[in-house]
Design a protein around this ligand. Structure first.
Ligand SMILES: [Zn+2]
Length: 430
């Protein structure tokens, strides 16, 4: 089967490609870039002809919670990967904080089996410690062998400095990073950002220093061990400064940010809607401004959704007792296009880098190329489409999002990978 994108703009930042023309994909392989399609080519092809479409290397979300095994009522591997494709992602890395935790080759094999047949590829981030208990190191060699692309005890920071030191030493031997959920449990424990608004709203606060302390520890141990340390969902100004300084010193530190942290602030908690409760919490306006600077100067390497589905009965509680986390796979790209590209914080090229290149560089995964003869691993976006997100139509099994009914400018309109095309909420095999 053939697919033709007519008059599209192809942007491949890795190869400095930025051209306009037609793109022909046949049997899942890019056959031709540029020029105009002949009638013969167009014969029997699925022609996608929309003005202003941008074709980019497939986007990758390096921070996703799939909830299987354990909470299949909130999300399954299949529903999570459908939401990913619907959001324009051709690859995701999923976190190990399932029940049981992903800390064995068998656990990885189970998810791999469930992911079969999806357009979006799923890469495991395995637990740093057995059962994420923060005691014994997980069997890292076996886990890398089984496909783990990183290690994390996400949901919590690595329990001790000694364990993190050893995790960095071992993971470095296997060439994979440690992805740290930067939160000191002794300093944390609140329900929103600590500051003026937590006082006004009468909610217990989590200070930014709870994050900064663990970022600083990771930076120092990365320097000491030579290992690669990745800051998940960075949210504080001071943490961003620590990452910036570490990079300037040549320490192997990288960072990702979530779309909610560059879009919303602590003040937005005002309605006590639990869809505004996440960890790290929404921070101050000053932190958000620092995040935009960090995205601009490449201190922040990647945008990752921290897609965290929760069943309604769990989220519909008092703010203090509700679990942390919001959906993200279907709103990440629209938020970046609206809030970053639309407001001229980042160019479209740099935004593509944060989605397609940054995450794969951090995880040492091959970057898809827009080139003739290459497998079609592509994300297609319409940066001008104005549309309203309807969470009720989400491909996720959950509905916990603060962005329901939000008006966006810019949308992922198609994705291609593994010989499949996702378009208008449907998957086709090519
Ligand atoms: Zn986390």
């Amino acid at each position: 089967m053939k697919v033709i994108f007519k008059n599209a703009r192809f942007i491949d930042p890795e190869r400095k490609l930025d051209e306009t023309g037609d793109l022909l994909v046949e049997e899942g392989v890019i056959r031709r870039i540029g020029g105009t399609t002949t009638e013969e080519d167009a014969n029997g092809a699925d022609v996608i002809d929309r003005e202003g479409l941008i074709v980019a290397p497939g986007f990758f979300d390096m921070h996703v919670h799939l909830r299987e095994p354990g909470r299949e009522d909130a999300e399954t591997v299949q529903s999570g990967l459908a939401a990913a494709a619907n959001g324009g992602f051709t690859g995701v890395a999923y976190m190990p904080n399932t029940e049981p935790a992903i800390d064995s080759a068998e656990a990885i094999a189970l998810v791999k089996e469930k992911a079969r047949g999806s357009l979006t590829e799923a890469f495991p981030i395995a637990a740093v410690s057995v059962g994420r208990k923060g005691e014994a190191l997980s069997p890292m060699a076996e886990l890398v062998e089984a496909g783990a692309v990183a290690f994390s005890d996400d949901g919590a920071a690595v329990a001790s400095s000694a364990l993190l030191r050893r995790a960095l030493e071992y993971s470095n031997m296997f060439g994979v990073p440690i992805v740290e959920h930067c939160e000191d449990p002794d300093l944390a424990g609140g329900a929103m950002n600590e500051g003026y608004f937590s006082t006004i709203y009468g909610l217990p606060g989590v200070p930014t220093v709870a994050e900064d302390v663990i970022v600083a520890r990771g930076v120092l141990l990365a320097e000491f061990t030579g290992g690669a340390f990745h800051v998940a969902h960075v949210s504080s100004k001071r943490s961003i400064e620590l990452v910036r300084d570490a990079k300037a010193r040549g320490i192997r530190v990288t960072a990702e940010i979530t779309p909610h942290h560059f879009t919303l602030v602590d003040e937005d908690v005002k309605t006590y809607d639990t869809n505004y409760k996440m960890n790290p919490p929404l921070r101050s306006r000053e932190d958000l401004e620092a995040a935009l600077e960090g995205l601009k100067d490449a201190t922040i390497d990647a945008i990752a959704s921290d897609h965290a589905p929760h069943a309604p009965e769990d989220k519909e509680r008092e703010f203090i007792y509700a679990p942390n986390g919001v959906l993200g796979l279907e709103t990440a790209v629209p938020l970046a296009l609206s809030e970053l590209v639309g407001k001229k914080v980042l160019s479209i090229e740099t935004t593509i880098e944060k989605f397609a290149l940054g995450p794969r560089r951090i995880l040492n995964l091959p970057i898809p190329k827009i080139a003739e003869g290459e497998p079609a691993n592509l994300t297609v976006i319409d940066p001008a489409e104005v549309w309203t997100y309807d969470a009720a139509k989400s491909k996720s099994k959950s509905r916990n999002t603060p962005f329901d009914k939000r008006l966006f400018t810019g949308k992922p309109v198609a994705a291609m990978n593994q010989g499949k095309l996702w378009r208008d909420g449907e998957m086709k095999t090519l």
